[in-house]
Design a protein. Structure first.
Length: 175
């Protein structure tokens, strides 16, 4: 549960960028709470994301995602979101109005593709071609850019990525 009165840190970025891994480690190093929004949705609904997509569709999943994001912002210090969180207008507009620190974790598409191409738990990835995923990646970048406080590349080492996030947040008195 929330351990600080500071603004929550929300990690955004494409599938495979490392949001969950970075969020877990960052929360340990800053001694604060963390949740992965996809895992939270799965736990609350007792279904996997692929099951939700198959049974109810992406639109229903995005509604759940927004609902549990609101809950997570009240309860957690660091939140790793799913790659498509900003594709829903309601969620995008909600996040824009929040007092939060949004960190965009990015990497070149080719690196992201190698990380996600065989992952059965990614319903927006495992049924799409390379070109379709690349198009999806570029289509999401403008929204990531519009809402992010900072953009950090995860193509560097995990330690460098974490240090860059912490240095930027602390330098700007965001945490």
């Amino acid at each position: 549960m929330k351990t600080t009165s500071k603004m929550p840190i929300v990690l955004i970025g494409f599938m495979g960028a490392g949001k969950s891994t970075i969020g877990k480690i960052l929360s340990r190093e800053l001694n604060c709470s963390f949740t992965d929004l996809d895992s939270l949705v799965e736990a609350q609904l007792n279904q996997s994301i692929p099951e939700i997509f198959e049974l109810e569709g992406e639109k229903a999943f995005r509604r759940y995602e927004c609902q549990y994001l609101k809950h997570a912002l009240e309860k957690y210090d660091i939140i790793a979101t799913g790659g498509g969180i900003l594709s829903d207008d309601q969620t995008f507009n909600f996040l824009k109005k929040q007092e939060i620190t949004v960190v965009w974790i990015d990497a070149p598409f080719e690196i992201l593709y190698e990380r996600i191409k065989n992952d059965a738990n990614r319903p927006n990835a495992n049924k799409k071609s390379y070109d379709a995923l690349k198009s999806l990646y570029y289509s999401r970048n403008s929204r990531y850019n519009e809402i992010a406080f900072i953009k950090i590349s995860s193509k560097i080492s995990l330690r460098e990525t974490l240090n860059e996030i912490k240095n930027t947040i602390f330098a700007n008195d965001q945490y």
